[in-house]
Design a protein around this ligand. Structure first.
Ligand SMILES: Nc1ncnc2c1ncn2[C@@H]1O[C@H](COP(=O)(O)OP(=O)(O)OP(=O)(O)O)[C@@H](O)[C@H]1O
Ligand SMILES: [Mg+2]
Ligand SMILES: [Mg+2]
Length: 291
């Protein structure tokens, strides 16, 4: 197969690993920067021009679209879809997953446990919003934050009010969420491929940090998920139509609570923590599902 990894940088761990495993299984692997593609639209013959050629020979793509290039990156993915090229995740599903509010609305409908969350226009009393999620401390997070940036723990009503005011002044939309203290600065990341959990790790924030993100100095170790945790991960993958994704959960006294679903999960942390060949799982998923 001719498989294209849509990625801005061939040297990134995840990109390099997908190329390595694809070649190992006899595929022609190519890394293409989506931002360097021209999308050519005309009646009936959608195509993509890259450097000096048309990408009309591609059998499958693996989008690795960074959060800062969602708009154009997803337009390229959508163009491949119009060309009937198999994609490991669709453009619609990527776009949906980038918005925490939109995802949460779908996930709650699917009956998945999550920290109680409120979204407000901030025209109303902050007190009321805080009461909705059970009082302080509360978590306040930007709708489109990533790597733990834009996630704040507000210990008091005053702190919450200041943070909401600041975000509001910057015209940044945020949601207010119940703080799950039992998680003790840790979360779970389940890597789902083809709708099934293929690896999982527990990430622990560094001393005194409630955010467990590896980018914020957290550490990761392999973990065996409970039945309930596996169920949440598989349900979330299905609800957001993301057959390949990273599902983040918190362990709470009322069971696993879903935090977010990542459509472009990094492979480095999970492959190192689990010793599993996740890149190969993704390649064989494409082999099985491409029509
Ligand atoms: N409601 C909560 N209660 C307790 N801890 C939380 C809560 N929400 C988030 N955290 C902690 O903060 C971290 C970052 O939050 P979240 O994953 O929502 O943000 P993000 O910026 O989207 O991160 P990512 O890089 O994983 O996309 C989580 O991994 C978790 O450790
Ligand atoms: Mg995120
Ligand atoms: Mg996260």
């Amino acid at each position: 197969m001719n498989i294209v990894i849509l990625s801005r940088n061939a040297n990134l761990y995840s990109t390099a690993r997908l190329v390595e495993e694809g070649e190992d299984r006899g595929h022609e692997m190519e890394v293409i920067d989506p931002l360097k593609c021209d999308i050519i639209i005309e009646k009936e013959k959608p195509t993509i021009y890259y450097k000096d050629r048309y990408l009309d020979y591609v059998d499958a793509i693996v989008p690795r679209i960074g959060a800062s290039v969602t708009f154009f990156g997803c337009a390229v993915v959508r163009q491949f879809e119009m060309m009937n090229v198999f994609t490991s995740v669709t453009s619609d599903a990527i776009i949906r997953s980038r918005d925490k509010l939109r995802s949460f609305q779908r996930l709650s409908k699917a009956g998945i446990g999550m920290p109680k969350t409120v979204f407000t226009n901030y025209s109303r009393d902050v007190e009321e919003v805080i009461e909705h999620v059970g009082g302080t401390p509360v978590i306040i997070k930007l709708l489109e934050g990533t790597q733990g940036l834009g996630v704040v723990l507000a210990e008091t009503r005053n702190a919450a009010e200041s943070v909401l005011e600041a975000f509001n002044g910057l015209q940044a939309r945020a949601l207010v969420q119940e703080y799950i203290a039992e998680a003790k600065g840790a979360d779970l990341r389940a890597l789902v491929v083809d709708g099934h959990v293929v690896g999982a790790m527990k990430r622990q924030g560094r001393e005194g940090e409630f955010r467990s993100n590896l980018h914020r100095g957290g550490s990761a170790e392999i973990v065996k998920l409970t039945e309930a945790e596996i169920k949440v991960a598989m349900k979330a993958s299905r609800a957001l139509k993301l057959p390949v994704c990273g599902v983040d959960m918190l362990q709470s006294s009322r069971g696993p609570l879903l935090l977010e679903v990542n459509s472009t999960p990094g492979l480095e942390g999970i492959e190192q923590a689990t010793g599993k060949n996740i890149a190969k799982n993704i390649i064989t998923y494409i082999e099985r599902n491409r029509r």
